[in-house]
Design a protein around this ligand. Structure first.
Ligand code: HEM
Ligand code: FPP
Length: 302
């Protein structure tokens, strides 16, 4: 009897309450997992740029989260038709019917507006404008204009995801410098191998909804070649901060080792041409960016 009572879960406890579900849906609209890395590049850049107060770091993270989260919500709104047709995305808040398209659109635009006001009033107009340009870039350049038109969508649209280091630098310095531009370039050249490795695994889904990602349009072999090309370009770009005198030995060694591992993963994917190597490279890309930006902080502070 006792064991029956212990294993019987009341219906109310099994399903999340409506309020909890709503909260979780509105959080999901902001793509929180992706945001964690966007914010990591912001905060580490701030620590490289100077010695920001905890208050400034928190305000910059909040402003950045609102802008990128707003962009994520508008992206969910615009892509609701294709999201419904792909297994990976069919249960998202809008295609599942839990959040109305209109509510998501208003929510996304409100977050972006709140970000601009908050950052302008409490940080500076440059940081606010850069964040807002990330919002506009992800929504209009990537999502609306390029995503369904060209396999170069993420190369050009990826510039939006490279904006957070600029925001972090501007928040601390009030202006931009050569080092800030190099950090932007690093995320810019990192994005194609990050996404294309994953897109090999999602090729069939993208083909089904007619989104022209590189593996569906130019084939997997060409995608693996382009991934390798961009990891080599990334390797070169990551040397710029050291060559320009903005960073020292810790950064140099870290960037050489991490870059070497990234290229080795891309070569393995090129040679083996299997799904496991693609998955490994995608996962490594996340660790790579986090560790590279962490190394910049170690270099600046030790
Ligand atoms: C246009 C550029 C980009 C595209 C198209 C892209 C695409 C994707 C996709 C499709 C996923 C799979 C997970 C999901 O369903 O959301 C993903 C995961 C991820 N991306 Fe990107 N990404 C881009 C840029 C970035 C940038 C700039 C960052 C941060 C600096 C980033 C960080 C992440 C992280 C942390 C994950 C793992 C999330 C998870 O575990 O669910 N991405 N990306
Ligand atoms: C303010 C600011 C810096 C904003 C930029 C944020 C930015 C560019 C994030 C990129 C993140 C991302 C998950 C893209 C997914 O592409 P997708 O929408 O094609 O993926 P999906 O198929 O999972 O929806």
């Amino acid at each position: 009897m006792a064991s029956t009572r212990a294993t019987t879960v009341p219906a109310a406890a099994a399903a999340p309450s409506a309020a909890r579900q709503l909260l979780s849906d509105y959080l999901e609209l902001t793509k929180p997992k992706v945001q964690s890395l966007l914010l990591l590049t912001t905060v580490t850049t701030m620590l490289v740029a100077g010695s920001p107060s905890v208050g400034l770091i928190l305000l910059t993270c909040l402003g950045g989260y609102l802008a990128a989260g707003g962009a994520g919500a508008v992206n969910h709104w615009y892509d609701r038709d294709i999201d419904l047709a792909m297994a990976r995305t069919a249960d998202r808040p809008i295609p599942s019917g839990r959040v109305s398209p209109r509510a998501a659109l208003i929510y996304g635009c409100s977050l972006a507006a709140a970000s601009f006001v908050l950052m302008s009033l409490t940080i500076n107009v440059l940081a606010a404008s850069l964040s807002f340009s990330g919002f506009l870039g992800y929504v209009f350049v990537y999502t609306v204009w390029l995503k369904r038109r060209t396999p170069q969508n993420i190369v050009i649209g990826g510039a939006a995801g490279a904006v957070p280091p600029l925001v972090g630098w501007a928040a601390v310095e009030g202006s931009l410098s050569g080092t800030a531009i190099y950090l932007f370039a690093i995320v810019f050249f990192w994005t194609p191998p990050h996404f294309w490795a994953l897109s090999i695994l999602m090729k069939e889904e993208y083909a089904k909804v007619g989104v022209p990602m590189l593996p569906t349009v130019r084939g997997e072999q060409e995608t693996r070649k382009q991934i390798l090309l961009y990891t080599v370009l990334l390797y070169a770009v990551t040397q710029l901060p050291f060559c320009a005198g903005g960073m020292g030995a810790i950064y140099l060694v870290s960037s050489l080792v991490l870059g070497g591992l990234f290229i080795a993963g891309a070569v393995r994917l090129y040679r083996r041409a299997d799904r496991q190597s693609a998955l490994k490279l995608y996962l490594f890309s996340l660790a790579y960016l986090a560790l590279l930006f962490a190394a910049m902080v170690a270099d600046a502070k030790i």
